[in-house]
Ligand binder design. Sequence first.
Ligand code: ADP
Ligand code: MG
Length: 249
Amino acid sequence: MILEINDLHVNAGDKEIISGLSLTIKQGEMHVIMGPNGSGKSTLAKAVFGHPGYKITSGDVLVDGKSVLGLKTDERAKLGLFLQFQDPVSIDGVKFLSFLNAAKRSYSPEMNIKGLMQEIKNTASELGMDEEFIKRSLNYGFSGGEKKKSEILQLAVLKPKIAILDEPDSGLDVDAIKVVAGSINKVSKQSNIGILLITHYSRILSHMEPQFVHIMVDGRIVESGGTGLIKTVESVGYDSFVEKAQRVK
Ligand code: ADP
Ligand code: MG
C-alpha cells in the first residue's frame, strides 16, 4: 500500500495550519517527522483521517492512487490506515478488550476469538502492561504512559498497512520509551507496516532506524533527508530550520 499526501492545505477555523505539504509513505518504510511544537504535526495526522475539526482546502490524500477524502474515518481505517493519537481519549463504559475485539473483527471477521485474546494478552505483557488494564474501560484512569502503551497494543493487534504514530514517546520515562520503540520496530518489521512517526524529541529515535527524516515547520516540510538530520536537531535544535522556513515564505 502507498499513502500519498499531495500539496495538502488544511485549515483549523479560519487559520491555515498545513500549507502545501507533500509526503509519500510505502508499506514497510519508516518515516519520521520532527518539528517544534505548533508546527502542525498533529493537524496533519488528524487531517489524513478526516477529523471534522480540520478542513482540507486543497490538495489530496491518496491510498494506492485513489483519493480517500470522500471516505469516512472508519472506511479509511478499513483500507489499512491506523492513527495513534497524541492525546488518546478515554471512554468510560467501553471495555478496552471489547473495543479492540470489535475493531479487529471489523476487518478480520474470520479472526478466531481465542487466538485473538491470547495475542492481546501476550502483546500486553511484552509492553509491560498489567492484565488489569485490558479489562478496564478504554484508557479510563490510565496514566499518560499507559495510554501510549494502550495505543501501541492496538497497533500490534490490528496490524494496519500504514500507521501514523503521533508522539508515541511523549509522557514516557526512558525505560518505557525503549519498550515502546522495541514494540513498534518488531510489529512494523513482522507485519511490513509503513510507519510515519511524529516526534519532537530524538530520544526514541536512538532505538529506531528510520530511512526518511522530515523536518516540519509552519505547516511545511522544510527539509528531508536521512538520520543525519536527527543529529542536526540534537546539536542545534530547530532554529536553523525555523529560519529556513521564514526565508521560504
Ligand atoms: P504540533 O502537533 O506540531 O505541536 P498542532 O497540529 O497541534 O501542532 O497545532 C498547530 C497549530 O494549529 C497550533 O498553532 C495550534 O494552536 C493550531 N490548532 C490546532 N488545532 C486547532 C483548532 N482545532 N483550532 C484552532 N487552531 C488549532
Ligand atoms: Mg502534536
